[in-house]
Write a protein that binds this ligand. Structure first.
Ligand code: ADP
Ligand code: MG
Length: 348
């Protein structure tokens, strides 16, 4: 039976489960076939598909046991300023106000819900927006053994400049100090072992992305845009900038993509539609999904909760979970088969 199952082809890698060493044990237990599977990433976008294929190929009742071990895009753990993190995933945009922080928090929370150990760095030092979005208002963070303790919420470990300032404070710093702060967040925080670190980058294509890319091997970046032409234009700039920094792009997300009328359910394209999908196509990048403009999303943010936690079955939450899965899937492809394979097999 093991031989039959091992011949199955992974839909994202186009390799067999044997080649990918995904089956970790096939044996009869109390008359039922138990199949231990390593899905390569906690948030595999093709998990259901694989489970279904295994059940069909077995042709008898199967008990699938998930023994996933998250793969790492860090060339060697121990390198870079985040040595205990397996994958660093940056979320960027060319422009502010497109919902980048909201998308970053929801990707992080969605990955945690799938069972991964996840951290979140709010790298927007001038305008930290993570604390209100996660409902944390605190001044100062605790120290233990001379190390900063991240704030824990929704199963995430979080660090933000916002924890060090009052909401009305402003920061006027030059580049070197900014660099120092990013370094502090990477090296002086007690992160522990993490499967993913999600970094919410500041808008634009500036200093912070450069500092970060010099300090840690970035596994990949997700770019957020709204459908308006102007946002789409700056998304193209962000794509160009990440390219110059040699940061692999995992794909594009279109936020506030359409408005779903609560009365009639009809979608309304408030800001136009499909701009980001078009950019993704032009740059031959994966398109990760469309997040509707939605009052549930707004209310969740106002209450300080990621929508994937507060309203897991809402349309934006489902779209955001899919974004997180596709991004995680591509990081796993990159870790196992190399970055070329990420762009060859574009699953959406
Ligand atoms: N899809 C959406 N539907 C409704 N409101 C949204 C959506 N995405 C973001 N928002 C709201 O837009 C505002 C800006 O989002 P934020 O994530 O802080 O943007 P950025 O980090 O790009 O500046 C927030 O109040 C957030 O709640
Ligand atoms: Mg923000």
């Amino acid at each position: 039976m093991q031989a039959v199952l091992e011949k199955l082809i992974h839909p994202e890698f186009q390799q067999s489960l044997a080649e990918l060493e995904m089956l970790k044990g096939v044996e009869k237990k109390d008359g039922i076939l138990e199949v231990k599977v390593d899905f390569l990433t906690f948030a595999s976008p093709v998990k259901q598909q694989l489970v279904q294929a295994l059940k069909e190929a077995a042709g008898e009742p199967v008990n699938i046991v998930d023994v996933t071990e998250q793969r790492s895009t860090q060339p060697a753990l121990g390198g870079g300023a985040l040595p205990t993190v397996k994958n660093v995933l940056a979320v960027g945009s060319g422009k502010g106000g497109v919902g980048k922080s909201t998308v970053a928090i929801n990707i992080a929370a969605a990955l945690a819900l799938e069972g991964a150990r996840v951290g979140l760095i709010d790298a927007d030092i001038y305008g930290p927006s993570v604390p209100p979005l996660i409902g944390v208002e605190q001044f100062g963070v605790s120290m233990r053994d001379h190390r900063l303790q991240p704030v824990e919420k929704f199963g995430l470990k979080i660090m933000s400049q916002g924890f060090f300032m009052k909401p009305t404070d402003s920061i006027i710093w030059r580049g070197p100090k900014l660099h120092g702060r990013i370094e502090l967040f990477c090296t002086q925080v007690e992160w522990g072992e993490l499967d993913f670190m999600v970094v919410d980058l500041p808008p634009g294509t500036g200093d912070v992305a450069l500092s970060l890319s010099q300090m840690v091997p970035l596994g990949g970046a997700v770019i957020v845009s709204t459908p308006q032409q102007v946002a789409v234009g700056v998304a193209s700039k962000a794509i160009d900038a990440f390219g110059k920094l040699n940061v692999p792009l995992l794909g594009l997300v279109e936020n506030m993509s359409y408005y779903s009328c609560p009365g009639c359910g009809q979608p309304d394209n408030v800001f136009g539609h499909g701009g980001a999908r078009e950019v993704a196509k032009n740059y031959e990048l994966p398109f990760l999904g469309e997040i509707p403009l939605n009052s549930t999303m707004m209310e969740a943010s106002e209450k300080g909760m990621p929508v994937v936690v507060s309203h897991p079955d809402s349309a934006p939450a489902r779209a955001l979970r899919r974004v997180a899965q596709l991004a995680a899937g591509r990081l796993a492809v990159a870790a196992v088969a190399g970055y070329d394979a990420v762009y060859e097999n574009t699953l959406t």
